[in-house]
Design a protein around this ligand. Structure first.
Ligand code: SF4
Length: 240
């Protein structure tokens, strides 16, 4: 596919309009991405913790192994660390992940009295995220994934490493960490976008980051977003 030329009217669009255009162009390029079947919040938290260290496809495999091995999450919580390490061996630092999973499950039980996150449905979104982020290893990326992807289905944008890189290259918001970037993106995202639309946006940007706008050797020459992308245009000019 030939890249579209840089159009002055698009290069000068306001950030809100550029973000809408990015979404539209990615939809045209990739089609509507399949959205996940929402999990209960606790299962989504476990899945999101796994996803911090490996790609989501591999994380799904580890999740499947955990489900096969443990009849319920109480069994995972109560299992010896060495056993959990063996089940999550596909993760680069299985000891760290096994300890983190066990610790979070123990802490939720200690704080709430039982191992569930269903009660979060009664809280406002800000309080849910604050509660989740009070656990070690749970930052804005994971709390956004839990409130947006799970059955809680709230408005939040999961800014993972792929999303952050693409957003920064497109200069949609000033450079910042994932948490601040999410806040800034949410200010330019239409209020009419519901939780499902936000998940769709995340999936499109992530897919783009994994297939065209990779960390090394982004495919700017064939990128559908080139005409909106300062980084890509600088790179193309430098390459002549
Ligand atoms: S033009 Fe290049 S840097 Fe910009 S979004 Fe596309 S692949 Fe990424």
């Amino acid at each position: 596919m030939q890249a579209a030329p840089l159009l002055p009217d698009e290069a000068n669009l306001a950030p809100e309009q550029r973000l809408l255009r990015v979404h539209e162009l990615l939809l045209q390029h990739f089609g509507r991405p399949p959205l996940r079947q929402p999990l209960d919040p606790l299962t989504q938290l476990i899945a999101s913790l796994l996803s911090t260290q490996i790609r989501s496809g591999q994380a799904q495999h580890v999740m499947r192994d955990l489900r096969r091995h443990y009849a319920n999450w109480e069994d995972l919580r109560d299992a010896p660390i060495e056993e959990i390490v063996r089940v999550v061996m596909a993760i680069p630092s299985p000891e760290v992940m096994a300890s983190r999973l066990k610790l979070v499950l123990l802490q939720i039980t200690a704080r709430y009295g039982s191992l569930t996150l269903e009660f979060l449905a009664r809280y406002k979104t800000g309080k849910v995220r604050e509660w989740l982020e009070s656990f070690e290893g749970v930052g804005p990326q994971i709390s956004a994934a839990v409130v947006n992807f799970s059955t809680l289905r709230r408005r939040a944008l999961c800014v993972d490493a792929d999303h952050l890189r693409v957003t920064q290259r497109l200069a949609l918001t000033p450079r910042a960490d994932a948490g601040v970037t999410e806040q800034r993106l949410m200010r330019i995202i239409p209020e009419s976008w519901d939780a499902v639309r936000l998940e769709e946006h995340h999936e499109l940007v992530k897919l783009h980051g994994q297939t065209l706008c990779m960390f090394a050797q982004p495919q700017c020459a064939i990128c559908p977003l080139l005409r909106l992308c300062p980084f890509g245009n600088r790179r193309m000019r430098a390459e002549g």
